[in-house]
Design a protein around this ligand. Structure first.
Ligand code: BTN
Length: 280
């Protein structure tokens, strides 16, 4: 695979130093591949995995020409943003519980919590919007796209792709971290290199927590950071209240208004992608 050193000012040495000094648990052995420009870091990571790269392999690009978003959307990826994908250990790795294809959202929930918690340690007051958005001040800071390979109903390979607005321009519903820090007079994350290392360590801690503690623990942490609980939304023309998220990543809703004859309000669960919780 052609390797092109980033032309911009991504300081590889600074990034490697930060990763080395900040990594406490060594759950994953990171092996980063840094590119100037790619179609999609997820796409390149799959190619590297097919060539024999192992979990811990990371693909980072300064920009993407065909960044992939959730539900088949495009992820706009100009220079200045963070674009990375990480291969995580799945079936066959020591002490990794088997994950069913139907549980694949657990990887997204764990990564979202891990990244948000890691950023919070640095003073960034980021929260989570169901199912996979990182939000700051009510605006979208970034998103996560998990992709898996499945055999006989079990996940055999998985990658976590993350896009975060660092210094790139953003749509009306978005926010970039550099401008937010400036507006708050903060510089908790001082560079793209630091953001990259922080995000990787966040995914590592989320996946480690999922594998060692299980989805119950991850979900309770995820719900602590979720902005949507208590929101009122229309689902199938019914006004509902968001009450939580299931172990499979579905949104849990309860009918907000019910007739007095009804003794109990039935819970409704809805898959990611079937309902939009919107911004603003
Ligand atoms: C979303 O729709 O919110 C998820 C966006 C995920 C985008 C990232 S950028 C790095 C990685 N490579 C891709 O092609 N997509 C993900």
């Amino acid at each position: 695979m052609e390797f092109k050193e980033p032309r911009g000012n991504f300081d590889r040495q600074l990034f490697f130093d930060l990763l080395k000094t900040e990594q406490k648990y060594h759950y994953l052995q990171f092996s980063p591949h840094i590119f100037e420009s790619l179609s999609s870091t997820n796409q390149t990571l799959w190619e590297l995995i097919n060539q024999g790269e192992k979990p811990g392999c990371v693909v980072i690009a300064m920009q993407q020409s065909a960044g992939r978003g959730q539900w088949g959307r495009q992820w706009s990826s100009p220079l200045g943003g963070l674009y990375l994908s990480l291969a995580i250990p799945t079936l066959g790795y020591t002490s990794i519980p088997q994950l069913k294809a139907t549980d694949s959202y657990q990887l997204t929930l764990a990564s979202a919590w891990g990244i948000a918690a890691q950023l919070q340690k640095h003073g960034v007051t980021v929260k989570i919007k169901w199912p996979n958005d990182l939000v700051l001040n009510g605006y979208k800071l970034g998103g996560i796209l998990t992709e898996t390979k499945v055999n006989q109903g079990q996940i055999t390979q998985a990658i976590i792709g993350v896009g975060i607005n660092w210094a790139n321009s953003v749509p009306e519903t978005g926010i970039n971290l550099k401008m937010w820090q400036k507006s708050q007079n903060l510089s908790c994350i001082s560079s793209l290199e630091m953001l990259t290392s922080t995000v990787l360590l966040g995914i590592e801690s989320g996946i480690q927590c999922l594998n060692q503690e299980g989805i119950g623990v991850v979900l309770s942490y995820y719900l602590d950071l979720l902005v949507n609980v208590g929101d009122q939304v229309y689902f199938n023309n019914l006004l509902c209240t968001v009450v939580g998220v299931t172990n499979q990543g579905e949104l849990r809703l309860k009918k907000a208004v019910y007739d007095t004859e009804e003794t109990e309000t039935k819970e409704i669960v809805t898959q990611p992608g079937t309902i939009s919780l919107g911004y603003g």
